[in-house]
Write a protein that binds this ligand. Structure first.
Ligand SMILES: NC(=O)c1ccc[n+]([C@@H]2O[C@H](COP(=O)([O-])OP(=O)(O)OC[C@H]3O[C@@H](n4cnc5c(N)ncnc54)[C@H](O)[C@@H]3O)[C@@H](O)[C@H]2O)c1
Length: 243
């Protein structure tokens, strides 16, 4: 298939390398220096665009793809406040959008386990839940989009807590009893580690995922791009993996 890459940083380059090994072509590559080329003439003949840019540029890039009529897969995180508006815009324009805060199949298995564990733990209020995430030092947003997704899944079922709270630096941050604390650590070149921890005075239970390579995200993004070709609507990993 012919894919356009929007954002040619660490993820864009990883997707290109893996996609070429799978037989896909990337005739259009758009990055900061040539973002004015995101138009219908450049994207002619493109089956889907794959967007991994920055929190400030993603909403505009996605809107442009919807306006042009090219299905768009985006994995950029850190723009949650615009997500529902963009989803509504996509539906109104009968466009095609696939968003996931994490395209790794392993993390999506973690999401399913996280939901199930949250249901069970709601019966055991003596356990206090928290989330810990570790990423490379270049990451622009905190907490990670994946940590926010994990927190939202817990908030949907846990009757003790009503919001999440980001711990700032080494400051314990004093999360209120009704808040789920998220610790975001930036260290070296770590691809992405997430843990959900339930602590009681007697013991602790931890679910965790550690991404070894960016290929884990790239493979999912390529599957999503093949999936949305010729589809109309708003999609996520639940539609692709069906568990
Ligand atoms: N959903 C997932 O599975 C997943 C996995 C890894 C990373 N991410 C997220 O994807 C995003 C990109 O990650 P990365 O590691 O590749 O970052 P990166 O900083 O290496 O690359 C971002 C690229 O976007 C480019 N850019 C800036 N302005 C642009 C514009 N207007 N149009 C197009 N490109 C523009 C930059 O020049 C840069 O090359 C981040 O938000 C990150 O958190 C998501």
């Amino acid at each position: 298939m012919n894919f356009a890459l929007i954002g040619y940083g660490k993820m864009g380059k990883t997707i290109e390398a893996l996609g070429k090994m799978q037989g896909h072509c990337f005739p259009v590559i758009i990055d900061e220096h040539n973002h004015d080329q995101l138009n219908s003439a450049t994207l002619k003949g493109i089956d889907a665009a794959i967007e991994f840019s920055t929190p400030t540029t993603a909403p505009g890039n996605i809107r442009a793809c919807i306006n042009i009529g090219v299905p768009v897969v985006t994995g950029t995180t850190g723009w949650n406040e615009d997500l529902s508006e963009i989803e509504a815009y996509c539906k109104e324009k009968e466009g095609s959008l696939f968003y996931s805060s994490n395209f790794s199949v392993g993390v999506n298995i973690l999401f399913a386990l996280n939901r199930k564990l949250a249901e069970i733990m709601d019966q055991f209020p003596e356990y206090k839940v928290s989330i810990n995430e570790v990423h490379h030092v270049h990451k622009k947003d905190a907490p990670s989009g994946t940590a926010i997704s994990l927190a939202q899944q817990i908030l949907e079922v846990n009757r003790q807590i009503s919001s999440w709270h980001l711990k700032e630096g080494n400051d314990p941050g004093k999360a209120a009893a009704t808040q789920l604390p998220i610790e975001a650590i930036r260290k070296g070149e770590i691809k992405g580690q997430h843990s959900i921890i339930y602590e009681s005075p007697l013991d602790s239970i931890t679910l965790s995922h550690d991404a070894h390579t960016r290929d884990a995200f790239a493979a999912g993004a390529l599957l999503a791009a093949a999936f949305i070709k010729n589809k109309i609507g708003v999609f996520g990993m639940q539609d692709l993996l069906k568990f």
